[in-house]
Design a protein around this ligand. Structure first.
Ligand code: Q46
Ligand code: ZN
Ligand code: ZN
Length: 307
């Protein structure tokens, strides 16, 4: 297979675009496509200050690299979850993120869950009634809060995450199977900011996972290849496998499934009436908003595990 631009041996073939490219032209194409996505979906303006949620994995490091190359002022935030076990997942991903930032002279914030909350994620799980199968809901609760607070308090325009098309298609598929309409309505390349929540953007949402992997390989970005131990056997991975089977038989299915949904969303769902906005109160412990009386979901967990 030959590169469409220069005729050299192709490094990657992307059947969904009927496009094969050599390493150098693929790298250029990847950066151009990111700029095009940002422009088309109005994700950011050139003078925006962005905070990149970096995990040490390929998608978030590739995103930080590309945003920096495009010229955005983009700082990183790494959350040390204290998930180590046999593969030293947090230690290794933290070290690779530090290395990435220092090689490029980028600013990295680090939030250490154990230092701030007194316990690592696995220790919290042991103490809570949630059980280890609920690791991701607890971890997600903490990550959402920390990312939101940092983005707002740091004066960033938006939080940029490395979610790729495989991630987004799997979420849509999962919500589709159960017709979780409120979640489907919220799925978008950008969630705008409001009084309480920072804007979130996903500049890689049209890239297949193998494309972000190829970008990191071609650009010599070292990332943690192991998955978080809690992700093994997750529902998301199961749905990704199903969608990959579909993609093998019908190239372009994943891209079409997600992008057509994003285009059609306005027609699929009626606009929410003003009264549909949940009633919000303030958590007496942390001062953040909550939809229930008393403590917010995060404080409930913290009180439970810290006592
Ligand atoms: S880090 Fe946390 Fe993920 Fe690990 S515990 Fe689950 S949510 S899988 S992106
Ligand atoms: Zn080429
Ligand atoms: Zn609270």
């Amino acid at each position: 297979m030959r590169c469409r631009k220069c005729g050299a041996t192709a490094a990657i073939n992307m059947p969904q675009h009927r496009l094969s490219l050599c390493a150098s032209h693929f790298s250029d194409w990847f950066i151009e496509q990111t700029e095009r996505t940002i422009h088309k979906y109005k994700l950011a303006r050139p003078d925006d200050r962005l905070l990149v949620a970096v995990s040490g994995g390929k998608d978030s490091l590739a995103l930080w690299d590309v945003l920096h190359k495009i010229g955005y002022q983009a700082d990183g935030l790494y959350i040390d979850l204290g998930i180590d076990g046999s593969i030293a997942y947090s230690n290794r991903s933290h070290q690779l993120t530090e290395q990435f930032a220092s090689e490029r002279g980028l600013r990295l914030h680090v939030f250490n869950v154990a230092a701030e909350f007194g316990l690592t994620i696995p220790q919290m799980l042991e103490r809570s009634k949630r059980g280890s199968d609920r690791a991701c809901s607890l971890c997600g609760l903490i990550k959402r809060r920390v990312f939101n607070t940092f983005t707002r308090q740091g004066g960033y325009t938006a939080l940029a995450t490395g979610h790729n098309l495989d991630d987004e298609a799997a979420v849509l598929f999962s919500n589709n199977l159960s017709w979780t309409v409120d979640q489907m309505q919220r799925q978008a390349p950008m969630l705008p900011a409001n009084e309480h929540f920072a804007a979130k953007i996903k500049p890689f949402f049209r890239f297949y996972e193998r494309e972000t992997a190829a970008y990191t390989l071609i650009n010599g970005i070292e990332y943690i290849e192991e998955e978080c131990p809690f992700a093994v056997g997750s529902n998301t991975n199961f749905y990704k496998t199903i969608l990959n089977g579909l993609e093998r038989e019908r190239p372009g299915s994943k891209l079409f499934y997600l992008t057509r949904f994003i285009q059609q969303k306005e027609n699929l769902f009626p606009p929410a009436p003003a009264s549909a906005e949940p009633d919000r109160r303030t958590c007496p412990r942390c001062g953040e908003l909550t939809t229930t009386d008393g403590l917010c979901a995060l404080c409930k967990v913290l009180v439970e595990v810290q006592s």
